[in-house]
Ligand binder design. Structure first.
Ligand code: DP6
Length: 362
């Protein structure tokens, strides 16, 4: 069982390279059983599982330059060619948080050059892909300092560090499905990092399609961080955490036996329960938009009329993820074009599918 202390770097820092750069491409992920509620430091209140995506990703290059003298590390961030000073405090906080595990970083200035495959204001959170890409760049530096580090430790620690940046980011290192959070039915599962769901899944779930309908690209009225915190005194919190763990157990069975009807009912119930938690928080809030509900209704009607196994899930926002097996791509594409696209801002849909996780670019 992984423990915090396993991830403390305790090797020599005598031979630090002067300047090194690494680049990683890391995807976003979409949770099927949701993480909503946590304790410090980024410990989830229940286990979650997600599909790793392939087309929604962040590419990050990190340049580490050794400091000439001690003092604060300089951090700079460029997103899509634009200097983003507003991102610096968040990155600084992340680097501070991981410092006990990555003490070598204190010797470096860090220049981060990053770009997302999806538009900045699309309502798709870039924290999962962004934080995992950065954590991987840090691990590449660690690998230079300790070449004997194993591939599996590399991934585990990358997930561990990514979690400290954003909880869901720990589920973006590998694919196609990742479990995060201790669960009695998942061997090796941990609150500290995401692990690949390694049981054999029914082929219907390979390359599972996710057409992301961009219903609302505006700034969210309540951030995920605030939302998580509202679970602390939430009247339904305990039942919710228990339900999520039960849903994960049931969902795993469907992943193995290919029972799509049960899969869809769990996934949709999870999405609606996530938003039900928001509706019943104090203060309460709503992240869905009228078009979110219109799309859900259309999906239900279409599924009933045609029998095509298409369902939806939601993140902490108004966008709708339309999920279905690859085999039904042509039919669902047509349905989306004729019935759903009109509810999206600027008719914007991102065509994504489950994928295998992050890759090193340089
Ligand atoms: C609704 O991972 O964004 O997408 O840990 O505060 O960074 P922080 O939160 P974040 O929360 C994601 C919440 C969710 C559900 C999920 O991805 O499991």
């Amino acid at each position: 069982m992984a423990q915090n202390k396993d991830f403390i770097f305790a090797d020599s820092m005598n031979d630090l390279p002067e300047k090194v750069s690494f680049a990683w491409k890391s995807p976003s992920n979409i949770a099927l059983v949701k993480y909503w509620g946590k304790t410090d430091p980024q410990i989830p209140k229940n286990a979650s599982i997600s599909f790793t995506l392939s087309e929604s990703y962040t590419k990050t290059t990190a340049h580490f330059t050794k400091k000439k003298q001690s003092g604060k590390s300089e951090i700079s961030v460029t997103l899509g060619g634009e200097k983003m000073d507003s991102f610096v405090p968040k990155i600084a906080q992340f680097l501070e948080r991981i410092n006990v595990y990555t003490p070598y970083l204190s010797n470096y200035h860090v220049e981060i050059i990053t770009e997302n495959s999806f538009p900045h204001s699309s309502g798709i959170a870039s924290s999962a892909s962004g934080m995992s890409a950065l954590a991987l760049c840090v691990m590449s530096l660690e690998k230079v300092l300790k070449p004997s580090l194993s591939a599996s430790f590399f991934k585990q620690k990358a997930s561990f560090l990514a979690r400290l940046g954003s909880g869901s980011a720990c589920r973006s290192i590998e694919g196609e499905l990742v479990v995060w959070g201790k669960h009695e039915n998942v061997v090796g599962s941990s609150d500290l990092l995401g692990i690949k769901f390694s049981e054999k899944i029914d082929p219907v779930f390979h390359h599972y399609q996710d057409s992301i309908l961009l219903i609302d690209k505006g700034e969210k009225v309540v951030s995920s961080t605030v939302g998580h915190n509202l679970m602390i005194d939430h009247p339904f919190a305990e039942q919710r955490f228990e339900q999520a763990n039960q849903n994960l157990a049931r969902l795993m069975s469907t992943l193995k036996n290919g029972d799509l009807d049960t899969f869809m009912s769990i996934v949709e119930s999870e999405a609606l329960t996530l938003h039900a938690m928001m509706l019943t928080s104090n203060p309460y809030f709503i992240l869905m938009k009228p078009n979110t509900l219109k799309v859900i209704e259309k999906i239900w009607n279409y599924r009933k009329e045609t029998g095509v196994p298409v369902c939806f899930t939601l993140d902490a926002g108004a966008n709708v993820h339309v999920l279905y097996p690859k085999k039904w791509k042509a039919e669902v594409d047509q349905f989306i074009q004729s019935e759903l696209v009109k509810y999206c801002q600027n008719n914007h849909v991102i065509q994504d599918q489950s994928g295998m996780g992050a890759v090193q670019l340089a």
